[in-house]
Design a protein around this ligand. Structure first.
Ligand code: KIV
Ligand code: ZN
Length: 518
């Protein structure tokens, strides 16, 4: 946890569960949000923005559950400037050990005129009203000027000064549309420090979007002018081109501490796990050459580079793989590994909250994987656990799949599923084995949901690698992502499809998210 009394401490504010989730297709359910929140807490994230409680009942419940379970990080809920929004955020945050209300309103001429249809005076009054009202529920209140980087300076200074007077303890300056360039954004922060008389009474925060690929550069430039909170997301997830990537901010500070003389309270060795988890849950693959967490970030292909790295890793590596959790594993697993070693491995990988039954089932699956696969990597076990966790409270359960596949087609699938405990089977043909398997699922469980994404990712290298599949389904405006992992790609696909269907069934009982802008 960051010690904010130290002048060079930077507060890490993660908004993966709010701004990240706002990217189309990245919706997460309560259990998934909770898993991410608990990992963020473990990583040492200072503030977790858990959602936008007024947006939907699902968002409200997720914020409330995160507020209940997270103890070390501050849990934050977003609210527009209306009392209704703030009441809902305050209600959801009630169980939190440490809570923050984050209220915002747009301040740029364009947004005020076109989106809000409000005069600047009315916006200014809304700033004062919303911040003072939020202070009735929490001493920790953040105020954001949406589209701050395109706001007129005089008006911005006036709003910031009033927000601080009204009780805001953090002032967040967003580059909402990712328009700023680093020198310009740094000058904006410097301008605020020069012109706002009470600026020293609040922490200045920045929230940069990545439309020009400058979100991280802008955030770092702002730190050099006195900003001490950075809002960011895992893998840079977020609307359009995303938000500033947390792993890049944190590793830049750590790696270039000679120039970026700041500290964070982050335990960076969890970065890789968080990246994988967010990617698996949302179905947003990480590009191989992505900084810090891409599959190639530590791969050296060119002979001259390999030679250098073998002699001394520092020749081509500016940070160690271990520093982000890619280190050499202490325990190597194989088909001779026993239950005890398996438990230890789960603990080593950070899964220390799994119950006995879950471990039992996982061990059986691990054994069967080890029978079919020469080497078992940590990633294999992580994929197994992710697949298993995804199968909690299932109405539809995958039982077995038999595929007949040949190059002249048609391909055939014989599938067995359990519907609320009752076994059902079907045979179907299709354009390829995946299509045949999905047709068989539709026969057993007819539905109107449309397939929006089908994605396969090899968990490790080698032809015997497990496949990790994401299936995104859409039904009546609701989108869900299902995951499945298996050494057989078609089985992984069917498991992912069934997982997505189960999530849709749960979602059907809940209210559809209201279309809100943030
Ligand atoms: O991008 C933005 O302006 C936001 C605010 C709500 C902070 O997400
Ligand atoms: Zn944003």
């Amino acid at each position: 946890m960051t010690d904010t009394t130290k002048p060079n401490q930077v507060t890490i504010f993660d908004t993966t569960l709010r701004d990240g989730e706002q990217s189309p297709g990245a919706s997460m359910n309560l259990e998934e949000k909770l898993r991410i929140a608990l990992l963020l807490e473990r990583m040492g994230v200072d503030v977790i923005e858990a959602g936008f409680p007024v947006a939907s009942n699902g968002d409200f419940e997720a914020v409330r559950e995160v507020a209940r379970r997270v103890k070390d990080s501050v849990v934050c809920g977003l609210a527009r400037s209306s009392r209704k929004d703030i009441d809902r955020a305050a209600e959801a945050l009630k169980p939190a050990a440490r809570k923050r209300i984050h209220t915002f309103i747009a301040t740029s001429p364009l947004h005020m005129k076109i989106k809000l249809q409000m005069e600047p005076e009315a916006v200014h009054q809304a700033v004062i009203d919303s911040v003072s009202y939020s202070r009735k529920f929490s001493d920790d209140v953040e105020w954001s000027c949406e589209d701050g980087s395109r706001t007129e300076h005089d008006f911005l200074c006036r709003c910031v000064e009033s927000a601080i007077k009204a009780g805001a303890t953090t002032i967040n300056i967003p580059d909402t549309v990712g328009y700023a360039i680093p020198e310009e954004f740094a000058a904006l922060i410097a301008m605020l420090f020069n012109r706002v008389p009470n600026i020293d009474k609040a922490t200045i925060s920045v929230h940069c979007h990545n439309d020009l690929g400058l979100a991280v550069a802008n955030s770092l430039a702002a730190l050099r002018q006195g900003a001490r909170q950075v809002e960011c997301t895992i893998n840079g997830l977020g609307e359009r081109a995303g938000n500033a990537a947390m792993e890049e901010i944190v590793m830049a500070i750590r790696t270039r501490n000679d120039l970026l003389d700041y500290q964070t309270g982050m335990r960076t060795e969890h970065i890789m796990k968080a990246s994988r988890l967010v990617s698996a849950i949302t179905g947003f693959a990480v590009q191989p050459n992505k900084a810090v967490v891409g599959a190639n970030a530590f791969a050296h292909e060119a002979g001259i580079h390999q030679d250098g790295v073998l002699k001394n890793a520092q020749t081509y590596e500016i940070m160690t793989p271990e520093s982000i959790g890619l280190g050499q594993s202490k325990l190597v697993m194989g088909k001779h590994s026993g239950r005890h070693a398996f438990r230890e491995k789960l603990r080593e990988l950070g899964y220390d909250e799994l119950g006995d039954n879950a471990i039992q089932e996982l061990f059986a699956r691990f054994k069967s994987l080890a029978d079919n696969k020469k080497e078992i990597f940590d990633e294999d076990i992580v994929a197994l656990v992710d697949d298993q966790v995804a199968r909690v409270s299932e109405h539809i359960r995958f039982v077995s799949l038999n595929i007949v596949c040949n190059s002249s087609g048609p391909q055939e699938a014989a599938l067995v599923l359990e519907l609320d405990g009752e076994e059902k089977s079907a045979k179907a043909t299709g354009n390829g084995p995946v299509d045949a398997a999905f047709q068989a699922i539709k026969q057993i469980f007819p539905h109107e949901a449309r397939l929006q994404l089908y994605q396969v990712h090899a968990v490790t290298q080698g032809t015997d690698a497990q496949a990790e599949v994401t299936v995104r389904l859409e039904e009546a405006g609701r989108t869900v992502n299902g995951q499945g992992a298996h050494i057989d790609t078609i089985t992984a696909s069917a498991r992912a499809y069934v997982h997505a269907l189960n999530k849709l069934l749960t979602k059907r009982q809940k209210t559809a998210p209201a279309a809100l802008s943030a």
